[in-house]
Ligand binder design. Sequence first.
Ligand code: DGY
Length: 348
Amino acid sequence: EVWNPNGKYRVVSTKPMPGTRWINLLIQNDCRLEICTEKKTILSIEDIIALIGDKCDGVIGQLTEDWGEELFSALSRAGGKAFSNMAVGYNNVDVDAANKYGVAVGNTPGVLTETTAELAASLSLAAARRIVEADEFMRAGLYDGWLPHLFVGNLLKGQTVGVIGAGRIGSAYARMMVEGFKMNLIYYDLYQATRLEKFVTAYAAFLKASGETPVTWKRASSMDEVLQEADMISLHPVLDKTTYHLVNKERLAKMKKEAILINCSRGPVIDEVALVEHLKHNPMFRVGLDVFEDEPHMKPGLSELKNAIVVPHIASASKWTREGMATLAALNVLGKIKRYPVWFDSNR
Ligand code: DGY
């Protein structure tokens, strides 16, 4: 699909993206925009090299693509100066390779914070109250009357939520669970989490002053402390060498037998084979997963487990957010072409 065929700058988007604002932004700024409408979901390196062609000023790409040496050298040969991932995560992008070929890299933080945190909260509630199992039960025609034991789950109020990675998304999730459900909080991050700390301090003081049930909160000095103390844990780190298989067999064993684990960050943060084994041997342990180690595949056995809720990497999938991500991605590419700053930020 080609927009503004006579535009001076050639910009390629490897996928159609939601909304029209991003399209207007590019075509009103003298770009010829080419949107790849190829049916297959994941484009290969060869497919993308063909899209880049001989002349290309910038590319908007997706997290399913492997942006390394080959693609950045092809983009640079075509005169390209900018690449934006339509995602906040950039583990699919070799930033050193981009620097080597003089290509600026952008990502799309901020606009997906609340949407992603809301999905993490949705999975938390769905797992705690066994909503998916209960839905399947109804649809199978198995409901034959109210029973005291039917789908008994956990009350969140007064339980402890653990957050690993207190950047934007982790902090927004923590706020939702503390403020919305009166959970106690324990969190772990290598860096300062000033905004989260200010919020919980002020909120705890407010509850005390208004005579409501207080919540407690603390910053853990190790990740294991969170694993041991929390009833529900949500993972929000960046995926890199240090966080690959952060949750492994040993760490799963440290968690409470009836804990709930949520992952809306990146699949390889959890050793998924170890997780499947853990779920099989601990039927009261539950997970809510938005991401998987080898997307789009799940490790064998995962899809059969009743104590796992699985959704297809949709944490940022609200209309407002996806349109915002597309707009930011277009701004990033345009910014470089027009010499404005490109937004690249490593704090999820
Ligand atoms: C991201 O932005 O990194 C998400 O995984 C997709 O929205």
